[in-house]
Design a protein around this ligand. Structure first.
Ligand SMILES: [Zn+2]
Length: 339
């Protein structure tokens, strides 16, 4: 079929389609797409222009453009004369306008800090272990040298599900699970959610996140503990940060210490955030108590090691200068969008 015949055919097909329109206005957009769409009949004819001889091309081009114009104006005319408000709307749409912006999510600040801490310890050869959030008294307390009626239990307000099952109060339960199933040497960090039955305030929430670390090998020393955590603090808060260790007490480590970093806000000079001390407490640590090894059948004469634990919320609050812990759980996009 010659291109002239094809143009004629499309023209008459369009006329008959347009007649149907008078009885059903809703087919209008279908007609528009059928003829003027990117893969429509008119576009198809333009593709065929390649096969037309050079002499004929200008004439055919004219005829084809005329067809396109006629179809466009007839469709517009049909819409104008139509009382169908939906068709009227078609005219009002400007297809050249840019689209609506898509709201993209951002990574939650707790996830950001958690990932950064994980990657620092990964570089030191620590692998990641996970434990259950609902656990038994044994893993959360007993095996960590916190027997029933031990005063340390008062330090942690626990959500009990039954007398024996609870929401873990720290990620230290993962240490026990891991050591039960693996022989030393051990080098793990255990990130996760923990729960405390505390009043919700600017500084505390009923749930938060911890990362616990455990290193067990032969002849592990306190100097290695200090070196590891010193490296960690400098990687997280900057190379100029200073650290110090203060004696402390935890039932599952002996000796135990708290580690401070020089205040990252006033550089140690003293400010409101460090309460004029120039230091910020960031984590607890110590050499694993031999009693803990006994509960997982490790020989305390043969193995030694250290453990440490820190709150992710506290790290994120320090790192990003967040003043209210509740913001992390508010779901407020004005807060989340800043990360
Ligand atoms: Zn300060």
């Amino acid at each position: 079929m010659s291109i002239t015949d094809q143009i004629q055919k499309v023209r008459s097909e369009f006329s008959s389609d347009l007649e149907k329109l008078s009885s059903d206005n809703s087919v209008l957009d279908k007609i528009r797409i059928k003829y003027l769409g990117r893969k429509g009949l008119v576009s198809a004819l333009f593709v065929h222009m390649g096969t037309v001889s050079n002499e004929e091309r200008p004439k055919m081009g004219q005829a084809l453009n005329a067809l396109k114009k006629d179809i466009e104006s007839e469709i517009d005319a049909a819409i104008s004369s139509s009382s169908d408000s939906k068709n009227q709307k078609l005219l009002d749409v400007d297809y050249t306008l840019p689209g609506d912006p898509i709201n993209r999510g951002s990574i939650h600040p707790l996830t950001l800090v958690m990932e950064e801490i994980k990657s620092i310890f990964n570089r030191l050869g620590f692998s990641i272990a996970y434990g259950p959030e609902i656990d038994s008294d044994f893993y959360n307390f007993e095996a960590l040298n916190i027997p029933k009626h031990h005063p340390a239990r008062d330090m942690q307000d626990t959500f009990y599900i039954t007398d024996n099952i609870l929401l873990r109060t720290h990620t230290s339960d993962t240490q026990i699970h891991f050591m039960e199933n693996n022989n030393p040497p051990v080098r793990i960090i255990a990130p996760g959610r923990v729960y405390r039955n505390e009043d919700v305030s600017v500084r505390s929430y009923c749930l938060f996140h911890q990362i616990e670390g455990l290193y067990v090998d032969k002849k592990v020393t306190f100097a290695e503990l200090k070196g590891t955590l010193d490296y960690f603090a400098r990687e997280l808060f900057g190379q100029n940060v200073k650290t110090r260790f203060r004696p402390s007490y935890f039932p599952f480590t002996e000796p135990s210490a708290e580690m401070d970093v020089s205040c990252i806000f006033c550089k140690g000079g003293g400010c409101g955030i460090c309460k004029k001390t120039g230091w910020l407490e960031i984590l607890g640590c110590g050499m694993v108590d031999p009693e803990v090894y006994k509960s997982v059948d490790y020989d305390p004469q043969k193995w030694s090691g250290f453990a440490f634990g820190m709150g992710i919320e506290r790290m994120a609050m320090l790192k990003y200068g967040v003043q209210d812990i509740r913001l992390f759980y508010s779901g407020d996009v004005r807060f989340l969008r800043q990360f």
